[in-house]
Write a protein that binds this ligand. Structure first.
Ligand SMILES: [Zn+2]
Ligand SMILES: [Zn+2]
Length: 356
């Protein structure tokens, strides 16, 4: 079962006045106002680095000059040209090649959503060794930087969202927040703030550090070489079909599905939980990214393992984590109480939630 725990809030967490929602039987129009601690539902005493820090302000002055990373630009162009060509080859590819692409896609996506994101960046649940082994392997298949680097970029994205210290600051437009940020050198504020983040939990996790040590050769082997050679070697697929469909097309799909969370889910959609932040609820992104598009909720409550007010609604990753919990491999799933969600909707929502 999910942990609906209450826990003492550290004294360094300020108190905010919030309006408690009416209980069902309450008839009078008077509102009961009481002092409640900020992040009352945050039940991860060991993790604070993904909580939004509104005190950070951008420094004044002209934006720094863009420094292109030509190696990444060339690789991304080649990958996407290959993927587009791969689409034209799909009708003539062998069934097993398509199946391999789909299975690889699902496993690699879980390595990002259930692994790098919900487990390692946000610590929203705990996983036993067999599940962590699966997720680190799946994450390496996705080839989106190692878990340590992914989590560091993601924690500062939450902490300093929509400032210069946000690695994919969506104020710089769709293209920059989607992929452009990977094609230029990081803003100095990202480097400065990223260097100061507390990453001690990941530094102490041997599996994460092991992946980091061997990441590049392992990712090239598992994400590029194996899926290119396997269809050609095992079931006689042409090399062209193998490389363009099982590798380029499949890799480009997972990359773009992940990037949509940073671009589309920060630009298009309602903000029922917090109208003051850029992140939005975007159903299409949830479909593409296995449940990561409930992004306004996620930024409001980054400690919820479902990253959504709901559980299995357009959320394959939550279904997967719940299946792992049923097998005893996942536990201590953090969940925000309904009362806290309703209070937040009332306090900061944009009025689009059905309860509003
Ligand atoms: Zn997140
Ligand atoms: Zn975000």
């Amino acid at each position: 079962m999910a942990a609906y725990l209450t826990q003492e809030i550290p004294s360094n967490y300020g108190a905010a006045t919030i309006i408690k929602p009416h209980s069902r039987g309450q008839q009078s129009g008077e509102e009961k106002v009481e002092k409640m601690p900020l992040h009352a539902e945050d039940i991860r005493p060991e993790m604070r680095e993904d909580i939004h820090d509104p005190s950070y302000q951008d420094e004044e002055g002209p934006p720094p000059k863009l420094e292109y990373v030509w190696r990444n630009i060339i690789l991304m162009v080649l990958l996407h040209v290959g993927a587009l060509y791969g689409i034209t080859l799909v009708p003539s590819c062998k069934l097993y090649t398509c199946l391999l692409g789909i299975v690889y896609n699902v496993v690699a996506a879980l390595g990002i959503t259930a692994g790098a994101h919900r487990l390692w960046s946000h610590r929203t649940y705990k996983a036993r060794l067999p599940l962590r082994l699966f997720l680190i392997m799946a994450n390496t298949m996705a080839f989106q930087n190692d878990v340590y680097e992914w989590a560091r970029d993601h924690r500062i994205h939450h902490k300093f969202t929509e400032t210069h210290a946000d690695p994919h600051d969506s104020r710089r437009g769709f293209f920059f927040s989607h992929v452009g940020w990977l094609l230029v050198r990081k803003h100095p504020a990202v480097k400065e703030k990223g260097g100061k983040l507390d990453m001690s939990d990941l530094k102490a996790e041997k599996l994460v550090m092991f992946q980091r040590r061997y990441y590049k050769p392992a990712a090239v082997l598992i994400c590029i070489v194996l899926p290119t050679l396997a269809p050609w070697y095992f079931w006689g697929e042409t090399f062209q079909h193998s490389v363009c469909i099982a590798t380029f097309l499949r890799y480009a799909i997972v990359l773009n599905a992940t990037w949509l969370v940073n671009s589309a889910a920060h630009l298009y959609g309602y903000r029922p939980y917090d109208r003051n932040i850029g992140a939005r609820e975007n159903v299409l992104v949830s479909v593409a990214s296995f449940g990561e598009g409930f992004h306004n909720y996620h930024h409001a409550f980054p400690y919820d393992y479902s990253v959504s007010e709901y559980r299995w609604h357009i959320n394959f990753t939550t279904f997967f984590i719940d299946c792992m919990a049923a097998l005893g491999l996942a536990y201590d799933r953090k969940r925000v109480s309904k009362a806290a969600v309703l209070a937040r909707i009332k306090r900061t929502g944009d009025g689009s939630h059905k309860s509003s």
